[in-house]
Design a protein. Structure first.
Length: 293
């Protein structure tokens, strides 16, 4: 386990570190954080936005690396993760630990020095919850999804605070939207990858029965909760009519996809809901920003 392959080229070595940080996932997280930054800015300072993205990307990479360090033996069991650098031995645990330390410290320092300490501390809190509470809890209980929803909802909050240095109503509204979005989003992923997660002993769907009516029903309930939560910014006067229309339209589509999963209870239906979640959140946050300005 974890034997180093010494024939790595420099290009393969760099590629291994990129895979360790889950770059594509990290970029989606940073995009969410940047949208929160735009919402909190008046006007947008693009240099600070770049520094936020750089620091946030490094902290997210550190979080993902710590996750893979803790789960290296479990990753080796799952088809979707068995080709990651640590299970294959392309990198050692020591190299991964050093990488997590350097990226985490550098990311925190960039945000704290060039933006503000409050947003840097939120980013650090997100890393700690994700890597040291959510990750080990995944094998024990489906409640881990609730815990994981907190660091999952931090990115736009961190971005907003980085721009405004305020934890005001708008900050908590965008946090609430992304928090409740986490449930249908992640449960859809857990439905699609159910067999793989079983190999590692992960309990991530809300029902002990896995892909059953109870899980599908809870996914629908949380999706339906998300819609009124997403309307709260309009209710409190933070945005206007355009946002309300888009939130209702995208919310209706999202709920329809959850209903379809409830009826069909298939992997394909869950996959559609997962892709729907990737469409829903950026649309809501982009509309929030456009309507706010």
């Amino acid at each position: 386990m974890n034997k180093v392959i010494h024939k790595n080229t420099v290009q393969e070595f760099i590629k291994s570190y990129i895979e360790l940080g889950k770059l594509r996932l990290s970029l989606f997280v940073i995009f969410s954080s940047f949208l929160g930054f735009c919402i909190g800015s008046s006007p947008v300072n693009f240099l600070n936005g770049f520094l936020l993205c750089l620091g946030g990307l490094l902290i997210t990479i550190s979080s993902n690396t710590l996750n893979q360090i803790h789960e290296v033996e479990l990753d080796a069991l799952m088809s979707r993760t068995q080709n990651r650098p640590l299970p294959l031995g392309k990198l050692t645990l020591k190299q991964a630990q050093q990488f997590a330390l350097y990226t985490g410290v550098l990311g925190f320092s960039i945000i704290a020095i060039f933006l503000n300490l409050r947003s840097a501390l939120l980013a650090l809190m997100s890393l700690i919850i994700y890597a040291y509470i959510y990750t080990p809890m995944k094998q024990k209980t489906s409640f881990a999804v609730f815990i994981g929803a907190f660091p999952g909802a931090f990115p736009p909050l961190i971005g907003y605070v980085a721009a405004s240095n305020q934890l005001d109503l708008v900050a908590w509204l965008i946090f609430a939207i992304q928090f409740f979005w986490q449930f249908p989003h992640f449960w859809a992923i857990a439905w699609v990858a159910f067999e793989d997660y079983q190999k590692a002993g992960f309990h991530l769907l809300p029902s002990k029965g896995g892909r059953d009516l109870i899980s599908a029903l809870q996914i629908l309930i949380y999706t339906m909760i998300l819609v009124p939560v997403s309307i709260l910014p309009y209710t409190y006067g933070a945005v206007g009519l355009l946002y309300l229309i888009i939130a209702l339209l995208t919310g209706t589509i999202f709920v329809y996809q959850a209903v379809y999963l409830l009826i069909k209870k298939t992997k394909q239906a869950a996959l559609q809901l997962m892709f729907g979640s990737f469409f829903y959140l950026p649309t809501i946050l982009i509309t929030f920003y456009l309507d706010k300005i």
